[in-house]
Design a protein around this ligand. Structure first.
Ligand code: BJW
Length: 251
């Protein structure tokens, strides 16, 4: 790991614009299960398609809303970790864009601004039918209870159920966020892909687009991913350890 961190430093120091693409691994050290982990434990009997699709919500809204309330409650109880804080601090060193697949707000709580959320947010629910935004009551919901079913509230405008403000499988990414993410890749010199399995498209395409356009791609992940094929450097380690180390040595 030390060697790859040393090799990353000149690439970062030469860059005018760095785009960081983050996935669930960045929030893992805060205690938020990664997307694949969240389907183990108490929810192990479900597949992603049972919970993270519009069809699943239509079939069983209380199951899906209960899962998202459990996750939202978890996220509200945790704090940003050294990886979120290092990413926020990088903005003082270089022009920085942050593109995240995460539906939590831990980048913002660590101080990052203008974060591009390509998969939406747990904190911006809306009506399933008429898309009217809905606001959660203030405060943290009850202690998370895995496996709990919970009926979604009705939309005050049309009475249809409220849905989470995330992007489910089969849904288009929000146009403005997706265009901003593509622009951030076109504009950068270095794309830092951190804590994502790079399995879910179209976000998984971004490091490949960057490489094709001649950008330097650096990956930080304890496990191998498809991005290894195009990354100039793959740093095998945890985001909360590698990023503070990189930041400290950058100056
Ligand atoms: C650490 C760590 C530490 C652990 N430090 N690292 C092309 C080919 C094939 C399929 C498709 C395709 N194009 C589109 C599709 C279909 C589909 C798709 O990609 N399917 C794949 C499963 C194959 N994509 C879509 O449907 C997308 N929409 C779309 O394409 O619209 C056009 C369309 C319309 C109609 C029909 C068809 C197409 C939408 C995708 C939306 C994804 N949404 C989710 C759920 C959000 C809500 C929620 O959270 O519940 O987003 S899926 C889930 O995966 C979530 C995540 O953001 C996303 C990515 O996961 P991520 O972040 O990579 O997490 P993990 O858990 O997979 O990985 C964690 C990583 O961290 C691991 O690598 C660990 O090693 C690492 N790690 N600790 C650093 N400490």
């Amino acid at each position: 790991m030390e060697n790859t961190i040393s090799a990353a430093l000149p690439l970062l120091r030469q860059a005018c614009h760095v785009t960081v693409l983050t996935g669930a691994g960045v929030s893992a050290e805060s205690g938020v299960p990664t997307f694949r982990d969240v389907l183990t434990g108490l929810w192990a009997r479900y597949e992603a398609e049972d919970l993270a699709t519009a069809a699943a919500f239509e079939r069983d809204p209380a199951l899906v809303w209960g899962w998202y309330e459990w996750r939202r409650s978890l996220v509200l109880r945790v704090q940003p970790n050294p990886a979120h804080r290092a990413i926020a601090a990088m903005a003082a060193r270089v022009k920085l864009s942050v593109v995240t697949q995460n539906v939590d707000d831990l980048h913002e709580r660590a101080g990052s601004t203008g974060v591009i959320h390509v998969h939406g947010s747990l904190h911006t629910p809306r009506c399933f039918a008429c898309a009217t935004p809905w606001h959660y009551p203030a405060g943290i919901p009850d202690e998370p209870e895995g496996g709990r079913r919970l009926a979604p509230p009705p939309c005050p405008r049309c009475g249809e159920p409220i849905r989470p403000g995330v992007v489910w499988f089969g849904e288009s990414l929000p146009t403005a966020a997706w265009q901003a993410a593509q622009q951030a890749v076109r504009d950068c010199d270095v794309l830092l892909s951190v804590g994502t399995s790079s399995l879910v498209y179209p976000a998984a395409q971004l490091p490949f687009d960057a490489a094709r356009e001649g950008k330097t791609v650096i990956q930080i992940n304890p496990s191998a991913t498809h991005v290894d094929a195009v990354a100039q450097l793959s740093i095998a380690g945890k985001a909360g350890e590698v990023l503070p180390h990189l930041l400290g040595a950058w100056a």
